[in-house]
Design a protein around this ligand. Structure first.
Ligand code: UD1
Ligand code: CA
Length: 390
């Protein structure tokens, strides 16, 4: 049966204290909702429906294109009500997976496990938390089977002591979901239609409910800037571990930020406080000094980039030497064995094999051949006040 995904993202995110809708706040340079949609996409669903509300136009504009369908939940009457808004767009035969737009770090493997549990009955994503305050708790019966979910605000003291929490993600067939949604009431502490009440209804009908356990960080949501900063660190920690695992030397795994995709060859070494944005590839034996920023850059093998260099939308050949304090602006291309030294700015220019610009220069819109030595303080003046000339 086809998988169809609903992403709940209508909430306001008051505690962010921001003009920007919560799900558009960036984590590792990408909006929170973007992380969730990327995980969703990896499951190749037949459709993805995003239930949105606060900042509707801005949110839709941030994700143009046909990949997602949008449903407006004008008033936030609860997670059950939110899912109800999406139901008319789903096919009756679908296997449904429900995600949250503000829970960005969930792993695709975990979602696959949850979706599989949903095909057997109802799959509920859970985690054991040291501090479960605020979350819905998973209540199990005497034989350990999931019996229902109780919201923090509705829970008894015994239930509040439970440490297994409901992450909020759920998987189940559309047909059953539609029937159970129709039975929800808002007769609870928050006067909301709780999606979580579906679990009790399923158990009442003898439908098996499976709790799929995830790591605590996978199910952590963003409600405040503090939580956003914590998840950013968690994400960067995972990136650093992935790089170390792949054979990259990191001077300090806690002092690297990857905001996009960083692909490294063998024996790459990265010093502290470097930021990689967009798509960056580093060839074999590339060394990056401390405090460098690389955005959409490819660096070929055995090139060394010294401290405080800033490279953007450029290609650097093999065995080059850049910096310290070098700047490559968009459209720069360096062939092999090029040296670009301190306080040298290159923009939309090509430097041929073996050329050097070692000190205090500006090279803009230029074609520089092979083995050229650009003397200290050389500046290309190609702007006549209206146009730039090659
Ligand atoms: C919900 C769960 C709770 C779980 C927690 C995990 C319910 C009733 N409770 O709690 O068991 O532990 O998530 O974080 O489901 N949303 C809408 N429309 C609404 C309400 C919410 O789109 O009307 C969206 C929010 O934008 C958010 C998600 O649903 O992405 C969860 O909403 P939130 O208010 O954070 O959930 P809680 O009620 O705290
Ligand atoms: Ca929340």
């Amino acid at each position: 049966m086809a998988l169809e995904i609903i992403v709940l993202a209508a909430g306001q995110g008051k505690r962010m204290r921001s003009q920007l809708p919560k799900i558009l706040h960036p984590l590792a340079g990408r909006p929170l909702l973007g992380h969730v949609l990327a995980a969703a996409r990896a499951l190749s669903p037949a459709r993805t429906v995003v239930v949105h509300g606060h900042g509707a136009e801005e949110v839709r504009a941030a994700f143009p294109g046909p990949a997602v369908e949008w449903v407006l939940q004008a008033q936030q009457l609860g997670t059950g009500h939110a899912v109800q808004q999406a139901m008319p767009l789903l096919s009756a035969q679908a296997d449904v997976l429900i995600l949250y737009g503000d829970v960005p770090l969930v792993r695709v493997e975990t979602l696959r496990g949850l979706a599989a549990a949903g095909r057997e009955g109802v799959g509920v994503l859970t985690a054991d938390l040291e501090d479960p305050a605020g979350y819905g708790r998973i209540v199990r019966d005497a034989s350990g089977r999931v019996a229902r979910i109780v919201e923090h605000k509705d829970a008894s003291p015994q239930e509040l002591a439970l440490s297994e929490i409901n992450a909020g993600f759920m998987a189940l067939p559309a047909r059953r979901l539609a029937a159970w949604l129709a039975k929800l009431t808002n007769d609870n502490a928050q006067q909301e239609y709780y999606l979580t009440d579906v679990v009790g209804l399923a158990v009442g009908e003898g439908v098996p409910v499976t709790a799929v356990k995830a790591q605590a960080w996978e199910v952590a949501g963003v409600n405040s800037r503090r939580e956003l900063a914590q998840l950013e660190r968690q994400y960067q920690k995972l990136q650093a571990e992935r790089l170390l695992e792949a054979g990259v030397t990191l001077a300090d795994p806690a002092r690297i930020d990857v905001r996009g995709e960083l692909v490294c060859g063998a024996d790459v070494a990265i010093d502290v406080n470097c930021v990689f944005e967009g798509g960056v590839s580093l060839g074999d034996g590339v060394r990056i000094g401390p405090n460098c920023v690389l955005r959409n850059v490819s660096v070929a093998a055995h090139t060394e980039i010294l401290a405080f260099s800033h490279l953007e939308d450029s290609a650097v050949g093999a065995r080059c030497r850049l910096g310290p304090y070098a700047r490559l602006r968009p459209g720069s291309s360096l062939a092999e064995d090029v040296h670009v030294g301190n306080f040298v700015e290159v923009k939309a220019s090509r430097l041929g094999k073996g050329s050097k610009a070692n000190h205090l220069s500006y090279i803009g819109d230029s074609e520089v051949g092979a083995n050229v030595n650009v003397g200290a303080g050389t500046i290309t003046c190609n702007y006549d006040g209206a146009a730039k000339h090659k």
